[in-house]
Design a binder for this molecule. Structure first.
Ligand SMILES: *[C@@H]1O[C@H](CO)[C@@H](O)[C@H](O)[C@H]1NC(C)=O
Ligand SMILES: *[C@@H]1O[C@H](CO)[C@@H](O)[C@H](O)[C@H]1NC(C)=O
Ligand SMILES: *[C@@H]1O[C@H](CO)[C@@H](O)[C@H](O)[C@H]1NC(C)=O
Ligand SMILES: *[C@@H]1O[C@H](CO)[C@@H](O)[C@H](O)[C@H]1NC(C)=O
Ligand SMILES: *[C@@H]1O[C@H](CO)[C@@H](O)[C@H](O)[C@H]1NC(C)=O
Length: 477
């Protein structure tokens, strides 16, 4: 009943213009004097800050009744006191608003430390002062003592083990340490310490002496092979390594990766060359690295800077210098008053000869460079060019007294022409009856012999002279 009455009064009161109702209430302050029912315009009400608060700088803890019957606004004239920053070794705190009365901070620890206590604190009142209501601390994260192992020990094992510390194991003589020799204290959840890996094991490890057929060891020659010992292999020439060339003795007394094999590589039949032949017979298949010797066929000679050795490569092909034999060359022929027509003078080349104009080629008009003894030579002696003579003509054969020749007048008497002389009856021929047209000293032709003579018989002379003498005698008488 009474409450309902009070409400009615509160609703009615503001109606009175020129007066203020009860002054405002604040969480941070309380009226210094008990509030009254109404205040005249201009009246003030002073406050005092509640515990945990203090008067804000440049503000007065007072409100005034204004003309329009409202209280002057003077917000936050008391503010919370500051709990201040906290010093938390190996950690830090965080806040969203401020460090004042009522604020909350959260604590976090540095890596390797864990928070002991409440992770948040509130700025609260205690003994009339503001204080953080919890004061946790950061503790370094501990690890359990490192595990004890058989046949080995941890060095420096008697102490506290905390985040970041490392311990190292060693094995007794004759035992191999399998795993990480050194482990360190770490954390997965920022609360509990764990060792970075399981403790190593100390075991007796022995791997069998590794043998690779057609291979040889390049390292790891001993016969005792223990943990982590490595052996390096190489295959003999002609064999290809299949697998890893390095194997390591692992904890299970086995080599890893598995031992390689050396697999043979073969090339096919020896290659054929038009210019060379094998120096020995070779089967249809040869192991890689096999070297075959060739010699140049007759007419060919080894090319300088090239090898006549052909090798079976690991890609199963034969390697050969291209054209390792080259054709031998015949001495370039010469011909006086003529030309040699040829691109080159190499083995099996045919050269042809021509003569300059006015000369005639004698002997073979071509020659071929062929094998001759250990080398090459022309298959025929070179020809020669002979001066071509103009037609040899003789003059008409000379006429003789008391005789004639059978040469027809006006005909040409060429080289070799023959005329025969004959004397008239009663005359006898003195000299050669047969003349032939032969080449003279100069270009023309001459008769081989002087023309013969036809002489009268001795009786004729007597017959001729005697009557004359007779007549002379008669006339003298
Ligand atoms: C009363 O007057 C003050 C100052 O003149 C003004 O700030 C405030 O808004 C007024 N209040 C009302 C309810 O009119
Ligand atoms: C501090 O608080 C802010 C805001 O809440 C947050 O973004 C930040 O990550 C916090 N820092 C730490 C170290 O907790
Ligand atoms: C290497 O050896 C493995 C196992 O013996 C075999 O399967 C593989 O074909 C071989 N590789 C070659 C290139 O020979
Ligand atoms: C080499 O191969 C040829 C043709 O395949 C064959 O006739 C000959 O018998 C083979 N020779 C050898 C020695 O295997
Ligand atoms: C002249 O006679 C000889 C012998 O009978 C003969 O060989 C020759 O050819 C003749 N000469 C001519 C020009 O007829």
């Amino acid at each position: 009943m009474e409450l309902r009455w009070v409400c009615a009064v509160l609703l009615v009161l503001p109606g009175a213009w020129g007066e203020c109702p009860q002054p405002p209430r604040f969480a941070f302050a309380e009226p210094l004097t008990p509030p009254e029912q109404s205040y005249a315009v201009g009246a003030t009400q002073r406050y005092r800050c509640r515990p945990g608060y203090t008067v804000a700088r440049d503000k007065a803890p007072v409100v005034t009744c204004l003309d329009n019957s409202t209280w002057s606004e003077n917000p936050d004239f008391c503010i919370g006191k500051s709990c201040g920053p906290v010093d938390i070794p190996n950690g830090k705190f965080n806040y969203t608003t401020n460090l004042l009365f009522g604020a909350t901070i959260t604590y976090t620890c540095d890596l390797g430390y864990r928070l002991i206590g409440k992770s948040s604190a509130k700025c609260v009142l205690g003994n009339n002062e503001v204080v953080w209501d919890s004061n946790p601390y950061c503790e370094i994260i501990p690890c359990l003592p490192p595990p004890v192992i058989k046949n080995g020990q941890v060095t420096d094992g008697d102490r506290d083990f905390t985040f970041g510390m490392a311990v190292t194991y060693s094995c007794n003589k004759g035992f191999s340490l399998i795993g990480d020799a050194t482990i360190h204290c770490m954390t997965d959840d920022n609360l509990n310490g764990v060792w970075s890996s399981p403790a190593p094991e100390c075991k007796v490890v022995r791997c069998k002496n590794p043998e690779v057929k057609n291979g040889k060891k390049l390292s790891g020659f001993g016969t005792e092979h223990t943990y982590k010992n490595s052996v390096t292999f190489e295959c003999k020439p002609g064999y290809l390594l299949n697998g890893s060339n390095v194997v390591t003795c692992e904890a299970e007394n086995t080599w890893k990766p598995p031992l390689p094999t050396c697999d043979p590589i073969f090339c096919g039949p020896a290659p054929h060359f038009p210019f060379a032949e094998l120096t020995s017979t070779v089967g249809n298949s040869s192991l890689a690295e096999t070297k075959l010797s060739y010699r140049c066929k007759p007419g060919y000679t080894a090319a300088s800077g090239k090898t006549s050795v052909v090798t079976c490569l690991i890609d199963k092909t034969w390697s050969a210098d291209p054209d390792f034999c080259i054709r031998q060359q015949c001495t370039p022929p010469t011909i006086a008053n003529g030309d040699v027509i040829a691109d080159n003078f190499l083995f099996e080349t045919v050269v042809t000869f021509t003569c300059h104009p006015g000369y005639e080629l004698k002997e073979s008009s071509s020659a071929k460079c062929v094998v001759s003894g250990n080398g090459v030579d022309w298959d025929t002696a070179p020809p020669y060019c002979e001066r071509e003579l103009p037609d040899i003509l003789c003059e008409e054969p000379p006429t003789i007294d008391n005789g004639m020749h059978n040469g027809t007048k006006g005909r040409d008497f060429g080289h070799g022409s023959v005329v025969v002389y004959k004397c008239s009856d009663g005359f006898s021929l003195v000299g050669a009856a047969l003349l032939q047209c032969v080449a003279g000293d100069q270009y023309g032709g001459v008769w081989s012999k002087p023309a013969p003579e036809c002489r009268g018989g001795a009786n004729m002379i007597i017959v001729g002279i005697f009557p004359l003498l007779l007549a002379m005698l008669i006339m003298n008488v």
